[in-house]
Design a protein around this ligand. Structure first.
Ligand SMILES: Nc1nc2c(ncn2[C@@H]2O[C@H](COP(=O)(O)OP(=O)(O)OP(=O)(O)O)[C@@H](O)[C@H]2O)c(=O)[nH]1
Ligand SMILES: [Mg+2]
Length: 460
């Protein structure tokens, strides 16, 4: 088994701060021995079966009782890291936690680096690199869909796809290289039309994965939704209504919101980042101007834009404002026009706004039609999901490597079409394989691994 300088590591694996219980984890060949030394009768823990919980009292050096705990051991390879491991469940006091850690260190354990448990799990072959990264995503997931995607990845969905793709590439490479071995006899083992078809299929599959990132990333980081409009139209009232919380200051004084304000909200299992913005108008007030600049920045970074109009504004006012915002957004962004204050609308706007974006009449104050608004937002996010594939990329690192692999595949495909020598084709295919191997960790180096696991927190 892999063991970094043969060290047994320990760390607090529960969140920092005070909870009813905290969990301390050890991993490495000496885990059981080191943990047992915290007890008056170490042999009790040495003899107990793996996976069996044991009640124990931990003493400090001066024979003072520190805590009553539960302990369990795991024997390699049947643990998260694949090494001998121990978990100690103590009471949540920060004092108790730090005392146990320092006792463990005195007995020979080292304090774990961030992500070191997961790194060991990877190096011991318990999971591949993309699965280890999914463990971090699973821990960070805060919505139903975010959790589902992380779980699929942890269970190996992306890893399986990568193995399949690499296998197909390897078969192609073998064929090409076999031909090269018979170079002088000028044989063609591989039918060129078939090679073109296979490489195109591989390009298509990698394209799908690259495309899926739009959805995957939106799910993982939350979909930014900017609420924009002129002052006093009811933007902050809408933020509060959707959050069901009195978060933003609301008043009938135009220009109340000065700075943008962001809050998380879950709709239909999807995470949205709602951004209330300063009302857009020309102002001489320096602070208000800065606020409006921020509003434009938020429009640029949002994926959904809720453009709010007061139901009692004139056609002309509404049109000028909509056209102004429309100029600032791209086709990738989803624009919705909200006609607010429908509860006090005196008359309908006579101009048709539908040609600019879907229109929905709401009242942020009474809650009228807010359900429909939520439905529209979640349907749009779901529409980003490609129907053709269930595989969804959520990780930037994976995206870049899939893109590189895709480019190499396209080169291979073009080389075959141009009738180039098998040398070139197999070199491109090998490159495409290499990038996929970096995702799963089949090809990796210490530097890359260090960078990935350093982002994890201690105890993970
Ligand atoms: N009747 C009615 N009043 C509303 C509605 N939405 C907001 N208001 C009122 O409109 C006024 C302005 O609301 P805000 O939410 O502060 O407006 P805002 O768009 O955030 O304004 P700024 O921050 O100044 O840009 C307040 O008095 C709200 O109570 C609505 O749907 N119906
Ligand atoms: Mg406001």
């Amino acid at each position: 088994m892999f063991n970094d300088e043969n060290k047994t590591i320990c760390a607090i694996s529960s969140p920092s701060g005070v909870g009813a219980i905290a969990i301390i984890r050890l991993s490495g060949s000496q885990s059981t021995e080191i943990a047992s030394k915290l007890l008056r009768k170490p042999e009790r823990f040495l003899k107990i079966d793996a996976g069996k919980m044991m009640f124990a009292t931990i003493f400090l050096e001066n024979e003072q009782i520190l805590d009553e705990v539960l302990m369990v051991k795991f024997i390699e390879p049947h643990s998260f890291t694949g090494e001998n491991s121990v978990e100690i469940y103590c009471h949540g006091s920060e004092y108790i936690q730090s005392q146990i850690i320092s006792e463990l260190v005195k007995e020979g354990a080292s304090v774990a680096q961030p992500g070191e448990f997961s790194k060991r799990a990877f190096l011991n072959g318990k999971m591949d690199l993309s699965q280890s990264e999914a463990v971090a995503d699973l821990i960070a997931s805060s919505s139903k869909e975010g959790h589902r995607l992380a779980l699929n990845q942890m269970k190996g969905q992306i890893s399986n796809e990568i193995s399949e793709l690499r296998q197909q590439m390897l078969e192609l490479v073998s064929l090409m290289e076999l031909e090269l071995d018979f170079g002088e006899e000028d044989v063609e083992f591989a039918d060129r039309t078939q090679l073109i078809d296979i490489t195109e299929e591989l390009i298509h599959r990698t394209n799908n994965l690259i495309e899926s990132f739009k959805y995957g990333n939106a799910i993982k980081t939350g979909i930014p939704v900017a609420i924009v409009g002129e002052p006093n139209v009811g933007k902050s009232t809408l933020l509060n209504a959707l959050l069901k919380d009195d978060r933003a200051i609301v008043s009938d004084i135009p220009g109340t919101t000065r700075d943008s304000l962001e809050e998380l909200i879950i709709i239909d299992g999807l995470k949205f980042r709602l951004i209330d913005t300063a009302g857009i108008r020309n102002s001489d007030d320096i602070i208000e101007k800065m606020g409006v600049e921020r509003t434009y920045k938020n429009i640029a970074k949002a994926q959904v834009i809720l453009l709010m109009i007061d139901a009692n504004s004139t056609d002309k006012e509404a049109l000028i404002f909509i056209k102004n915002i429309k100029k600032k957004i791209t086709d990738d962004q989803y624009l919705l026009i909200l006609i607010n204050k429908n509860d006090i609308a005196k008359n309908e706007l006579s101009v048709s706004l539908k040609e600019y974006a879907p229109v929905i009449k709401i009242s942020a104050k009474t809650g009228e039609n807010l359900d429909s608004l939520s439905k529209l937002m979640s349907s749009w996010v779901n529409s980003l999901k490609l129907s053709e594939t269930n595989l969804i990329l959520t990780n930037n690192r994976h995206l870049e490597l899939f893109k590189n692999s895709n480019v190499a595949l396209i080169r291979a495909n073009e080389a075959i079409k141009a009738g180039l020598s098998g040398d070139f084709v197999s070199q491109d295919l090998r490159e495409a394989m290499y990038y996929l191997g970096e995702i799963s960790g089949q090809v990796s180096n210490e530097e890359v691994l260090g960078a990935i696991f350093a982002k994890f927190c201690i105890g993970k």
